[in-house]
Design a protein around this ligand. Structure first.
Ligand code: BES
Ligand code: MN
Ligand code: MN
Length: 465
């Protein structure tokens, strides 16, 4: 299928990449208050670009409350393809913190090309992928002066911190989000060169456990043996949350799980997955852990898991300090699978932590943010158009996978707006998301743009009969 938009995209590859680099130079770290201005700057740059390429009604939509202001959403649309479907293109322009800084081979906010990749924080998650949408739309508009379908764009700046602002906006069912389906490019390909659609994501609850003991820090020689130690108490609590085999011990936690179907499991078995290669090159640990009787793909895609992210507090300076800290903190999350829900899971978890709390300390369990798991229906024309576009660009049949990560808004699109999502991602398993040396394969950036161009063209084609 000849496409002048694809020709345009090919002719403009180096400019597209330079523009992405400019976006990657903005340190839009949403969790860090010090970067609030940078997050807004990224939103403004994107809004200006959406306007420049010819989208309409471009604006920032503020989120949060006066007491707790959020990061802005960016909105744009082009709605002149009457009778054609409407796509809602979603992406996030916020990024994870870059630390640990000393493990980056090139600075996280100085995008650097090495061995066919672009290295920077946000290269693949999600600035690079989100920008593929922008450049695909530009290619379509610039080469035809119209789009093959109606387009709305919504970009958020809080995905990495739970996405409260967009969740509130979506729940209000605003006219700006009326569409037939959503396009989300924030997931991975299963293997290099293998076109992939993601059809399921885990949800999560992200929590903090705070344990308090004595009224103040104490000398550990004078009081050790008599005063409770909150870090020891916290370690005991955490150690009892799951067993050595990765089975979570919270009563009732597994009650609502719907296992994957036989067909889905069979399809996963035929994916090109080498556990030993995964252990060595992706994880890099002595062995893998997890629940017996489940494959690695099942463990990470279709089973709930519990992880500890950090335990700030106490004495962490150089050398030694003999102190019994007055309080201890742990950041703990649980990934959820269909049909678990965040509210019920948090309640089960909270009361189990209380139950595990040893004498002499008080414990607080706080919910920081949460998101629902989701499973996407695949029997719709958008998924079909996606697989046919991917076949044209990559020359291969699409594999359907789930992912262990979470994109909370995808479930909200389905629940509140009745939108099926097409999760067409072009990241690779070794792209170092959330880690030092995050990267995006430059050829995937360009082929991703072409895939999206062909996908949108295919959705907008007149029905054959
Ligand atoms: N893009 C990721 C989620 C993802 C990663 C999906 C890999 C599929 C494959 C997203 O930006 C992310 O990191 N989400 C957070 C959730 C959020 C609520 C903090 C996550 O999964 O930890
Ligand atoms: Mn992401
Ligand atoms: Mn992320």
């Amino acid at each position: 299928m000849p496409s002048s938009a694809i020709d345009y995209a090919r002719q403009n590859q180096s400019r597209f990449l330079e523009e992405l680099k400019a976006l990657l130079r903005i340190p839009s770290v949403s969790t860090d208050p010090a970067h609030k201005g940078d997050v807004r700057k990224a939103a403004e740059v994107l809004a200006a670009e959406l306007k420049r390429i010819g989208l309409e009604n471009v604006r920032l939509i503020e989120t949060g409350t006066p007491e707790k202001p959020g990061h802005p959403l960016v909105y744009a649309d082009w709605l002149h393809a009457s009778g054609k479907p409407t796509v809602l293109c979603y992406g996030h322009y916020d990024v994870q913190p870059p630390d640990p800084l000393d493990e980056w081979l090139s600075p996280p906010f100085e995008p650097t090309e090495r061995d066919g990749n672009i290295y920077a924080r946000g290269a693949v998650d999600d600035k690079g992928q989100m920008y593929m949408h922008v450049k695909a739309i530009e290619s379509l508009l610039a080469s035809n002066s119209k789009l093959p379908l109606n387009v709305r764009v919504i970009l958020e700046g809080e995905e990495e911190v739970g996405g409260e602002g967009i969740a509130t906006f979506v729940a209000s069912k605003p006219p700006e989000l009326q569409a037939d389906f959503a396009l989300v490019s924030d997931t991975e390909m299963f293997a290099p060169g293998l076109p992939t659609l993601c059809v399921g994501l885990r949800g999560m609850i992200y929590t903090e456990i705070e344990v308090r003991g004595a009224k103040t820090d104490l000398h550990s020689g004078m009081y050790g043996g008599a005063a409770p130690n909150p870090f020891v108490a916290l370690a005991q609590i955490i150690a009892r949350l799951k067993d050595e085999k990765g089975h979570i011990l919270i009563p009732g936690l597994y009650d609502r799980i719907i296992p994957p179907s036989r067909e889905e499991l069979t399809a996963w078995e035929s994916l090109p997955f080498d556990e030993e290669h995964y252990r060595q090159t992706e994880v890099g640990s002595k062995s893998l852990v997890g629940e017996e009787g489940y494959s690695v793909l099942e463990r990470t895609w279709a089973r709930p898991t519990l992880d500890v992210h950090g335990m700030p507090g106490g004495f962490i300076g150089a050398g030694a300090k003999t102190v019994i800290p007055a309080k201890a903190l742990a950041k703990v999350s649980i990934r959820l699978v269909p049909d678990m829900n965040p509210t019920d899971t948090f309640a089960l978890y909270q009361s189990f932590v209380q139950h595990l709390t040893p004498p002499g300390v008080d414990v607080d369990v706080r919910l920081i943010h949460s998101g629902e798991p989701c499973l996407i229906p695949v029997d719709n024309p958008y998924i079909q158009a996606a697989t046919s576009a991917l076949k044209e660009i990559w020359g291969k049949d699409t594999v359907f996978i789930r992912s262990g990560g979470s994109i909370p808004i995808v479930g909200d699109f389905a629940r509140h707006l009745n939108l099926p999502s097409v999760m067409m991602g072009f990241g690779l398993p070794d792209d170092n998301l959330h880690a030092p040396n995050e990267k995006f394969l430059i050829s995937n950036f360009h082929q991703g743009i072409e895939s999206i161009v062909r996908f949108l063209e295919t959705v907008g084609e007149p029905a054959e009969n």
